[in-house]
Design a protein around this ligand. Structure first.
Ligand code: ZN
Length: 392
């Protein structure tokens, strides 16, 4: 067994109409609303002539050939499914339905084509931060659910030593002791795991906890990738790194080595201690979001830094936080004397890095910006992965 871990995101209730195709309708909705992973339930009717897959064809031993079955008459349908993206990032629903009529019931996979009869109700429960993808398996011909490199916290914890609960924790409260042990174990596992180089996957986000005094080195592995960067104070993440407060504190549009970025409560949170890139990391441009890509004419859902931030934070158990303006590491936005701005590709070379020291306990979130629209060449039109390493 493999697994990934996520947290609950948005919940949608849908009314499907007569004649709508079940999988197509749910997948189109997920694409439109940017739902990558979800649990889906459906309740309603299927129209006469709907088709379900009812198992492999036993007569064909050389390959798995799906056996389809046409449902006779309108039927009552109960269905459960999982939604996950395929290798291109397109949402794919895997749903099994029981379809009954007058004591005769058939159970099958709805991907063959189930048309809604009269009306259907679906509930989509979004799962944030899960690292799972449907990957084509040549052996079976199926797109199997594969867990990708997004490391579930539980797995990291299980691989590390589980320290004893701290002495002095109120012994009358088993739950408090368990929580303390849990937190200590998580910290231990994280600090072990995070001394290694970690990937910020292309077009995705990644969050990491830092203790005061720890540093993180962000590496522009391929040289032309913008890394949107945020920092949230702990234990109260409503305090966060603020570009507008930082510009006022520094009286500058840019941060130089040795200078600190401050929060919306004007306290230092990160200091740029080392920078092998040409610097000039942008502090002006908002994180990209679905609206940006809609405006740029992209059809359907486009990966974006705003959703990457929310997903990365959710993986550490934080939801509902606002999206502060990011510090756009490696982003090159020259500012003209007249205030004119230009979107240009990064000037860094492969392997350039910026090192940031935490001035308070915080969560730092990175997003390898997925901007690939040719009129906005901030990633040289080719978004890539980047890396980071936590330094003690
Ligand atoms: Zn972006």
């Amino acid at each position: 067994m493999k697994y990934t871990e996520g947290t609950m995101g948005r919940v949608f209730i849908l009314r499907l109409e007569d004649g709508e195709v079940l999988n197509d309708t749910i997948e189109a909705f997920a694409r439109d609303r940017g739902v990558r992973h979800a649990s889906v339930t459906f309740l309603g009717g299927s129209a006469d002539g709907s088709t379900v897959v009812v198992g492999p064809d036993a007569d064909r031993s050389d390959a798995i050939v799906p056996l389809t079955h046409t449902l006779q008459g309108h039927r009552e349908v109960l269905a459960l499914g999982t939604l996950a993206p395929d290798e291109k990032g397109e949402p794919v629903l895997h749903m099994h339905a029981a379809a009954g009529r007058e004591g005769d019931a058939t159970v099958g996979c709805t991907r063959a084509g189930v048309n809604v009869w009269l009306v259907g109700e679906a509930v989509i429960q979004e799962i944030l931060g899960a690292g799972a993808e449907r990957v084509h398996d040549p052996a079976t011909g199926f797109a199997l659910l594969e867990m990708n490199e997004v490391e579930p916290r539980g797995a990291a914890r299980a691989s590390g030593p589980a320290p004893e609960p701290e002495r002095g924790v109120d012994s009358s409260s088993g739950r408090a002791a368990a929580e303390a042990a849990d937190a200590a174990a998580a910290d231990a596992a994280e600090s072990t795991a995070e001394s290694a180089v970690q990937t910020i996957p292309a077009r995705r986000g990644h969050a990491v906890r830092l203790k005061t005094g720890q540093s993180v080195r962000v590496i522009n592995t391929h040289g032309h990738q913008v890394v949107d960067t945020w920092a949230f104070s702990l234990p109260d993440p409503t305090e966060s790194m603020s570009m507008e407060h930082t510009r006022a504190a520094l009286r500058s549009l840019f941060v130089s080595v040795g200078q600190s970025l401050v929060t919306n409560r004007r306290r230092p949170i990160l200091t740029l201690t080392e920078d092998t890139s040409p610097g000039g990391h942008d502090t002006l441009i908002a994180a990209c979001d679905r609206y940006r890509y809609e405006q740029l004419g992209c059809a359907g859902y486009h990966d974006n830094c705003t959703d990457n931030l929310a997903q990365a934070l959710a993986q550490l158990g934080h939801t509902g936080l606002e999206t502060p303006s990011p510090w756009n590491l490696f982003m090159h936005i020259p500012v003209g004397e007249d205030g004119h701005l230009e979107f240009q590709p990064p000037r860094s070379k492969p392997g350039d890095s910026a090192t940031l020291r935490a001035e308070q306990d915080c969560i730092v979130v990175f997003s390898a910006c997925p901007q690939d629209v040719s009129s906005i060449p901030v990633n040289a039109d080719a978004p890539t992965e980047a890396h980071f390493v936590v330094l003690p």
